[in-house]
Write a new protein. Structure first.
Length: 156
């Protein structure tokens, strides 16, 4: 990187290039989309993961997308979840939506939040018939657990 004048603060600093408009801004002026910005990086769309944005691009288009994702994540965290073994409580709930499937997750909590996030994006408030399965994968002397799961999203 070379010293370039920042388009925001007009100081001669090492500038980073905006991933959307390619304008130069210093690290104090630009916005980074990382784990400090959004809790679960795996839920971010590809166009936002690990990107750098100038203040203009961030406020014009990116901040609204991030706020919408944060709102969906809040709804996902408040979602009611009923496992497959709790079918007696959910037997009268109509299941009309398509079954949600997630594969190859590292953590049980992460797969639950991903299923809830997908359901919240579609406008549902409850997950029923949640079935989580773990598979142990051997990589030499290292054993890793991979999670997969399915759930039916419904409105209660």
């Amino acid at each position: 990187m070379k010293n370039t004048e920042c388009t925001v603060c007009c100081k001669n600093k090492t500038a980073l290039q905006c991933d959307q408009c390619s304008s130069a801004s210093c690290k104090h002026c630009c916005y980074f989309i990382d784990e400090n910005c959004f809790e679960f990086q795996s839920l971010l769309p590809e166009e936002l993961q690990g990107k750098i944005f100038c203040p203009n691009c961030y406020h014009e288009s990116i901040s609204d997308k991030i706020e919408l994702l944060q709102e969906t994540l809040r709804a996902a965290k408040q979602m009611d979840i009923y496992g497959k073994e709790q079918s007696a409580e959910t037997r009268l709930i109509r299941r009309q939506a398509k079954l949600l499937r997630i594969k190859d997750c590292d953590d049980r909590k992460e797969i639950l939040i991903q299923l809830a996030f997908l359901a919240a994006q579609q406008g549902f408030n409850t997950l029923v018939d949640v079935d989580l399965r773990s598979t142990k994968v051997n990589n030499g002397s290292y054993v890793k657990t991979i999670w997969s799961g399915t759930a039916s999203p419904v409105n209660k």
